[in-house]
Design a protein around this ligand. Structure first.
Ligand code: BES
Ligand code: MN
Length: 454
């Protein structure tokens, strides 16, 4: 091979040198409120894509901003040295909406450091994923031993609807031997992890109608069903008394090999005293290997303005998570069937699908996964990496797998149990972030070596 590669010590020193600049660039990205959801200012997603493109150009990549009917993605490419493998590095530059701004201790789009964490929407999910890739590239400078293609999506948090079209259109450009998806996280502070399973997802709306219009609650209450009470009864049928999902036809599994200690979990999520867990079985199985249904929103009259009237229609938004082995289409059909069958009082029930995505399981065995674990061990000073599942979803991993069946897929990331992704006060642990950056640089070096060796 013609490229001189970097030693472990050189990469360590290089990452240390690069971190202040990487941090400053991360802060610049966090200041751009690029939200791909309908109804948000999409010119900010354009700005965000442009800022990412600029960063990638600075890494001597050949860059273009691409779209296919959705929000802009950024592709940056540097060809492989002769005989060397190509690695695709994925992250997303769009972020979740911030929710109630009063719950944030500081402006979500003005990054600030408190106690070793950088706070801001997207500081972890997933702008730090982008910067982890950038940091690894900067650490190598001109001596990058592999080809890379960065694929930075602009609508992951809104269901990646145009991603498949982009993958088809740019297939030859983004094809790679190894795919690194930096959009998950690690097991704990100080404990790295490879993510080896993710749940699927079906997001949908359930609307219940009982009346043509609102009528006096005193005159008719007690005999005429209101839509909101009816909706609540319907939603209550989705779980059995123990809190397990009661929809027939959803796949449910088990087999998690690590425990999530209850007390740790209570503290991490901020469960209030006296509140018990939902469902049965090992907690890690409940999060990773079983389905879950959560009501994440409700359209009904706000209490402050509610007249004394029976509500004629009400709508809930459901987030349904699917166990590995399930399929989005059949799961949705089972859910619709359940909701229709359980409609109380003969109410009209209308179900509309928003997004869906398949679950996925990765067989993390073989030289690339070993290389990743070795890189993690070094970056975390000898800590043994864990194979973990996550309850969240990255639907397009299945699409990547279908399109690039030969590629090894590594799901990594910057999140830790305190990151509060999607919630108020999202943050990034800066110490862990530096380890993620180093691990990725080491991984690229090891992937090059593995290929050279055989
Ligand atoms: N980074 C998450 C996926 C994730 C969640 C990884 C939890 C590890 C732990 C990703 O950005 C995400 O939130 N995905 C959405 C997908 C949906 C919009 C189709 C999700 O899981 O809600
Ligand atoms: Mn993400």
């Amino acid at each position: 091979m013609t490229t001189t590669t970097r030693t472990e010590a050189e990469l360590r020193a290089a990452i240390e040198r690069e971190m202040p600049g990487v941090r400053a660039d991360l802060e610049r990205l966090v200041r751009i409120p690029g939200i791909a959801f309908d109804g948000f200012d999409h010119s900010q997603v354009e700005r965000s894509a442009e800022a990412v493109a600029e960063l990638l150009r600075g890494c001597s990549l050949d860059v273009r901003v691409v779209r296919s009917g959705g929000q802009p993605a950024v592709i940056g490419k540097r060809p492989a040295p002769p005989g060397a493998p190509t690695v695709m590095l994925y992250a997303h530059h769009d972020v979740q909406p911030v929710g109630d701004p009063s719950l944030w201790q500081s402006d979500p789009f003005e990054p600030v450091e408190r106690d070793g964490r950088l706070y801001g929407r997207g500081a972890a999910d997933d702008k730090a994923g982008i910067l982890a890739h950038v940091a690894a590239l900067r650490a190598f400078g001109d001596a990058l031993p592999v080809g890379v293609v960065l694929f930075i999506e602009g609508e992951e948090e809104y269901g990646s609807d145009s991603l498949e079209r982009l993958l088809v259109e740019y297939r030859d450009e983004i094809a790679a031997d190894v795919i690194v998806i930096a959009d998950s996280g690690n097991w704990d502070i100080g404990v790295p992890a490879l993510t080896t399973s993710l749940r699927g997802i079906v997001n949908c709306f359930v609307e219940v109608r009982t009346l043509a219009q609102a009528v006096h609650s005193g005159m008719f209450g007690g005999g005429v069903p209101d839509a909101l009470t009816t909706l609540c009864q319907l939603l209550a049928t989705l779980h059995d008394p123990a809190g397990d999902v009661a929809v027939e036809g959803l796949v449910s599994g088990a087999g998690a090999t690590v425990d999530y200690p209850e007390e740790r979990l209570r503290a991490e999520v901020g469960m209030l005293d006296g509140v018990s867990f939902l469902g049965t079985g090992r907690l890690t199985d409940r999060f990773w290997n079983k389905p879950a249904i959560s009501v994440i929103g409700l359209d009904a009259p706000p209490t402050a303005e509610a007249p004394n009237a029976l509500v004629p229609s009400a709508r809930a938004k459901l987030s349904v998570r699917l166990a590995p082995g399930d399929q989005a289409a059949s799961a949705y059909a089972a859910l619709v069937e359940h909701l229709r069958k359980h409609a109380p009082f003969g109410a009209t029930v209308t179900v509309t699908r928003e997004h869906d995505g398949e679950p996925c399981v990765i067989d993390a065995s073989g030289p690339v996964y070993d290389a990743a674990r070795a890189a993690f061990r070094t970056a975390w000073d000898g800590a043994e990496p864990v194979d973990m599942g996550v309850g969240g979803s990255i639907p397009f991993i299945e699409t990547f797998r279908r399109m690039f069946p030969e590629a090894a897929i590594l799901v990594t990331g910057v999140e830790d149990p305190h990151a509060q992704a999607h919630g108020p006060n999202e943050s990034l642990h800066l110490g862990e972030f530096a380890r993620v950056c180093l691990a990725e640089a080491l991984l690229l070096a090891k992937v090059a070596e593995a290929k050279a060796a055989g």
